[in-house]
Unconditional design. Structure first.
Length: 287
């Protein structure tokens, strides 16, 4: 999530120095935390506000920084009406201090759960929309995430409008145990009804899309798009290599590798994504 831009002013910090047992005070300029961002790909440094103005892309190498759900919605849809925001997170297996972690993540991410759902419009094209947010417990899939996505898919079915899901997840939420894993089957069941009714489902894979999300609804779409450089997979590289006792090729869990192997239909730059989605929605519009 991008941080609010800071006003331009001098920041001074006072440090104490001892010279011959006498304390002297020295003022020196200090840059506040969060004003700059370093690209993890090319190591270039930029103001947050410059990256934000560039759609969250590195100005040097085009690296796609992660976006929060609210930012992604505002950049992709002209209008958005949120649904199912009042579904409360529970603690089905009484995991210790789980609610403390939930409340802490609410404060960090400024959202109530790891997905925002509703109906969005791009120009005149309407779609049911789910946008996952890695800022909330790494986008992990718990019962509320599964319920909100399933209900949004049912909304798509009821109004016969396309479904778009933006994925960003580390996988199933361990604090909810088997109840988290059950969401894979629940969401997949509703998606099968969309398929039977011929209603378009578009999956947009963002960094990272891992674990049970990849193993279920992320890869079940009619059309699978991805942002450049997104990490996509089920288990981690080291786990897989130890399991099969083989060395995996470089970048095998990156979007570009999966596109080459036929798992992804198209890799789309974030600046072009809105137009691509509009064209797909227009092409598949039900008359």
């Amino acid at each position: 999530m991008f941080k609010d831009a800071f006003k331009k002013r001098k920041y001074l910090t006072v440090s104490k120095i001892k010279i011959n047992d006498e304390e002297l005070q020295e003022e020196r300029p200090s840059i506040p935390d969060g004003l700059w961002s370093k690209c993890p790909m090319c190591s270039s440094k930029f103001y947050f506000e410059d990256i934000e103005a560039n759609e969250g892309l590195c100005l040097n190498c085009n690296f796609h920084f992660r976006l929060g759900a609210k930012e992604r919605i505002s950049r992709t849809f002209d209008t958005f009406q949120e649904f199912f925001q009042d579904i409360e997170t529970t603690n089905p297996i009484n995991f210790p201090e789980y609610f403390d972690k939930i409340n802490n993540n609410k404060n960090i991410s400024a959202i109530n759960e790891a997905v925002i759902t509703g109906i969005g419009c791009i120009k005149n094209m309407k779609a049911a929309v789910c946008v996952m947010d890695s800022n909330f417990m790494m986008g992990s899939m718990g019962t509320v995430v599964g319920e909100k996505i399933a209900k949004t898919a049912e909304l798509s079915l009821e109004h016969r409008i396309p479904l778009i899901i933006f994925t960003a997840s580390g996988g199933a939420r361990m604090q909810e145990g088997i109840f988290s894993l059950m969401q894979m089957a629940k969401v997949s069941t509703v998606l099968s009804k969309l398929d039977e009714e011929g209603i378009l489902f578009i999956s947009v894979l963002t960094d990272p899309t891992m674990g049970g999300v990849t193993a279920s609804f992320a890869m079940q779409a009619d059309i699978i798009l991805s942002e450049p450089g997104a990490s996509i997979g089920f288990a981690g590289k080291r786990v897989i290599e130890k399991t099969i006792n083989e060395t995996l090729p470089p970048g095998f869990q990156k979007a570009e590798f999966l596109k080459e192997k036929g798992f992804i239909d198209k890799i789309v730059n974030r600046k072009e994504l809105k137009d691509v989605l509009y064209k797909l929605l227009s092409f598949h519009e039900v008359s």
